[in-house]
Write a protein that binds this ligand. Sequence first.
Ligand code: C2E
Ligand code: MG
Ligand code: MG
Ligand code: MG
Length: 280
Amino acid sequence: RAKAEGRNGYRFFSPRMQAQSARALALTNALRRALEREQLTLLYQPQVCLNTGAICGVEALVRWNHPELGAIGPAEFIPIAENSGQIVVIGEWVLRTAVAQLKRWHDQGLPPLTMAVNLSAAQFRHPQLPELIAQLLAGHGLPGDRLELELTENVAIDDPEAAAQIMDRMHAQGVRLSVDDFGTGYSSLSQLKRFRIHRLKIDQSFVRDLGHDGNDRAIVIAIIRMAQALGMRTTAEGVETPAQLAFLREQGCEEAQGYHFAKPMPAAALQEALGRAGRH
Ligand code: C2E
Ligand code: MG
Ligand code: MG
Ligand code: MG
């Protein structure tokens, strides 16, 4: 612990830690202006239905194009946004942008799609969230089940009862909830049973080594069987090879996403991919 290392409670940072925190501080400040300067964009990654091979949904993934620092990924700036309290505003922008895009595709007559949006814990717990979602759906005339909110297991750690109530409110609007990175967090099976979960997303760390790790194969099979028994669906994340896909399909996984199908892409590129798929 830094405090124990220094006398009189002073903290000692290594040059590396100093450089990291200097960057984090610079990013925190730059992030405050990123929205108004229109530096955030969404990419969309197809989610493929394994029965039909059709694109049945997309996941919105945020990107930050910083004029000097270049592209900054969400793995770096989402934690910064969470720590600085900016995640609620950024998350609202993501939701608004994603739902507006879903409406545009709907109006263009593309085959029906689900829009999956990642939510941070603070956003999930924010008292205005159910109202925001209701407003967005009603404003665009979209049914709730076209929107899927991706939560991590950790949203329920502190207060499972409160989490269950928020999920009930979402469920009442028809909105679907999925557990992202399933198997890597802290959910208990008793909670999973109680929560209104539509889908488990099998974390890519279990998918990566399916070819040579018997334990990962066993875990993936167990997740799929458990989801089936609980009336939930499964989506495999990070599918990169035909062999992974074949295994998942054989085991009854319903959906998959990953570089094997497509990387996250701008809306226009996704639209083209959908148009091509639709003409088959
Ligand atoms: P996630 O929701 O689990 O998203 C999956 C991540 O894996 C994405 O990284 C995606 O680009 C990447 N990916 C997809 N297919 C493959 C594959 O075949 N191989 C590999 N190696 N990677 C693949 P990305 O876009 O960098 O996002 C990282 C994380 O940042 C997301 O993980 C999510 O937790 C978070 N995130 C992204 N957008 C948002 C957002 O709008 N709001 C919040 N709160 N979090 C977000
Ligand atoms: Mg996700
Ligand atoms: Mg994930
Ligand atoms: Mg994640």
